[in-house]
Design a protein around this ligand. Structure first.
Ligand code: OGA
Ligand code: MN
Length: 313
């Protein structure tokens, strides 16, 4: 007898953006038809959420593979990883011994995650999807916010679309950290790696276009720093309007998946000196791109403040 195929249930979280998925046990191997349905829902909704997944570290990584090549997380000398899976990024506020992080520099690095950003936009090699699994949720409001960069682009006045067509932004990891209060200077940033990214990205998975900026975006090529930043800030503020934003709250076992090429996101504020929040993330490389498996480690090794750069992405 053929195995019973359970239907995937899609429950939208807003009219155009975000959906909760259910009806499928994703801790078990999936058939190709179900995988295709999950990928299609992801392409359509930009953010999908699964509740009470039953995933552990190994099955989190295994499930992630349905989206493509799972990247290796950067490793930092002096900061031992908490997990054995080299693919898991640590998006938490606790250290390998389970203690809440109190190192002020690491806390400032984590604070950068509370600014709107696109993961890895400071790398030439873009990340296409991210799967963030909650292992421990604090007993207070501590969501992730997501903004719909495709609808934000669609709704722009035509004059702004014309103005930004063909523009390129320079993205730098430590620029967002500087904005979050991390002590560094523009001159120090100048010596750090930057990536060039289109301001308007063709989102191949949906055939739509998306605003690809966030707070790693430091300058616009061909514009003065002042003019470029004013434009970046204006577009980021446009995209962060309530009508493009959803929030996802977690209990242990819940997972959000975002298409990192058509969303920006930020971690919500909470008292992270008191409460533990254990979040682990896998990241999928954009399809068709070749790069070394450990390209993040290489990038952070090239940054002056490399050893401290173990916080958010
Ligand atoms: C990340 C991230 C937000 C959060 O993992 O890249 O930004 O809510 N996380 O933890
Ligand atoms: Mn992030």
């Amino acid at each position: 007898m053929a195995p019973t195929v359970k239907p995937l249930t899609v429950t939208p979280l807003s009219e155009r953006f975000g959906a909760e998925l259910s009806g499928v046990d994703i801790s078990c191997p999936l058939d190709e038809a179900t995988k295709a349905e999950i990928r299609a829902a992801q392409d359509r909704w930009g953010v999908t959420v699964w509740r009470d997944t039953g995933l552990d570290d190994a099955s989190h990584v295994a499930f992630s593979r349905l989206f493509g090549h799972v990247e290796l997380a950067p490793r930092h000398a002096g900061n031992p990883p908490r997990f054995s899976q080299p693919e898991l990024f640590d998006a938490t506020n606790i250290d390998a011994a389970g203690k809440i992080i109190d190192n002020p520099n690491r806390r400032l690095i984590n604070a950068g995650n509370r600014l709107w950003h696109i993961d890895s936009s400071y790398m030439e090699v873009r990340s296409a999807q991210a799967l963030l699994l909650c292992h421990e949720a604090p007993p207070v409001h501590a969501p992730t916010f997501f903004a719909d960069t495709r609808s934000a682009y669609d709704d722009l006045p035509q004059a702004m679309k014309d103005r930004i067509e063909g523009l390129t932004a320079r993205h730098c990891y430590f620029y967002s950290r500087m904005k979050a209060g991390y002590p560094t200077t523009e001159e120090e940033l100048d010596a750090m790696p930057h990536a060039h990214q289109p301001v308007v990205l063709d989102h191949k998975a949906s055939g739509r276009r998306s605003l690809y900026l966030g707070n790693h975006a430091r300058d616009i090529v061909g514009m003065s720093r002042e003019e470029g930043r004013a434009l970046i800030d204006e577009l980021n503020a446009w995209t962060a309007q309530d009508r493009y934003v959803i929030e996802v709250n977690y209990s242990a076992g819940d997972m959000s998946i975002w298409d990192n090429l058509c969303t920006m996101h930020r971690a919500g504020e909470f008292d992270d000196t008191t409460y533990r929040r254990d979040m682990r993330r896998t990241t999928i490389r954009e399809a068709g791109v070749e790069a070394a498996d450990d390209h993040f480690t290489t990038l952070f090794a090239a940054s002056k403040r490399a050893a401290e750069a173990s916080g958010g992405r």
